[in-house]
Design a protein around this ligand. Structure first.
Ligand SMILES: C[S@@+](CC[C@H](N)C(=O)[O-])C[C@H]1O[C@@H](n2cnc3c(N)ncnc32)[C@H](O)[C@@H]1O
Length: 257
């Protein structure tokens, strides 16, 4: 069966035929098919695969790092952005780690955001916001304590790691989108990225961030020219924005700015 699928996937039009078939299916397969066929500007991963508490180690570390510091933070609620939030599970999970935070979820797929909005409990309406958008351009610079981009800057069709990037992705597109996100992180705040086909560390804006946490590397990575990089065991998954991009943060820097 697996062998037949590998052969079939090399036949031109096979994946498109699957997308057309999925248009008639219920639930998220239809949302993915719509994205694959329409290819809206800015699209990365069309599949909405998600789940509750997919990144417990990263969320736990973020909670530790963003512990309110009474002297400087007072009662100001934390502001978190989940970019590529799919049907909202990531936002609802973040809520369990950060009960009083203001959390925004952005996704390019209107049907997925509609599902997410339906799930917001009445008592969380004021502190939970879901937005249909293809980028973070509508958000203010320096306005988030943490921004997360989990499983967005990738494409499921590259799972087998072809030697050259495809599926409409390019490093330039990644760098533009990820830089827009990174400038939304306040100085001293955090940027989490997981399962991307490119490395945040290869972007120019990453010079203003320090990697503070690593995780197993599963997703194939591509360089600036679109060639597959040699596999490495771990990759940085959590970065902290420096107060001054020219001065590397010290480990004892205060957590809040
Ligand atoms: C695999 S899901 C990831 C869901 C969640 N972040 C997680 O890790 O469980 C990828 C999501 O990214 C969204 N997406 C892809 N390109 C996007 C873009 N340019 N702007 C916003 N969302 C995008 C897709 O619609 C999809 O819902």
């Amino acid at each position: 069966m697996g062998q037949w699928r590998n052969v079939a996937e090399r036949v031109p039009g096979y994946r498109m035929a699957l997308a057309l078939r999925d248009l008639t299916r219920p639930g998220d397969r239809r949302a993915a098919a719509l994205l694959r066929l329409r290819r809206p500007a800015g699209l990365f991963q069309p599949f909405g695969t998600t789940g509750v508490d997919r990144y417990p180690a990263i969320f736990g570390r973020l909670r530790e790092a963003l512990q309110p510091h009474p002297a400087t933070h007072g009662d100001v609620p934390l502001r978190l952005l989940s970019f590529g939030c799919s049907t909202g599970e990531e936002v609802f999970t973040l809520r369990t780690y950060f009960p009083t935070a203001t959390i925004t979820g952005i996704d390019i797929s209107a049907p997925r955001i509609a599902v997410a909005r339906r799930e917001v409990p009445a008592r969380q309406q004021k502190t939970t916001r879901f937005v249909v958008a293809a980028s973070a351009a509508g958000e203010l610079p320096d306005s988030y304590d943490a921004v997360l981009a989990m499983a967005v800057f990738r494409h499921g069709d590259l799972a087998d790691g072809p030697a050259r990037i495809g599926a409409g992705l390019s490093f330039d597109r990644f760098e533009t989108a990820v830089s827009q996100l990174a400038v939304r992180v306040r100085p001293g705040g955090y940027f989490a990225i997981r399962h991307a086909n490119f490395r945040f560390a290869d972007t120019a804006i990453a010079d203003g961030f320090d990697a503070i946490m690593w995780d197993e590397s599963i997703t194939p990575h591509y360089d600036r020219s679109g060639l597959r990089l040699r596999h490495v065991a771990t990759e940085p998954c959590l970065f902290r924005r420096r107060y001054d991009p020219d001065i590397a943060s010290r480990p004892d820097d205060p957590v809040v700015g």
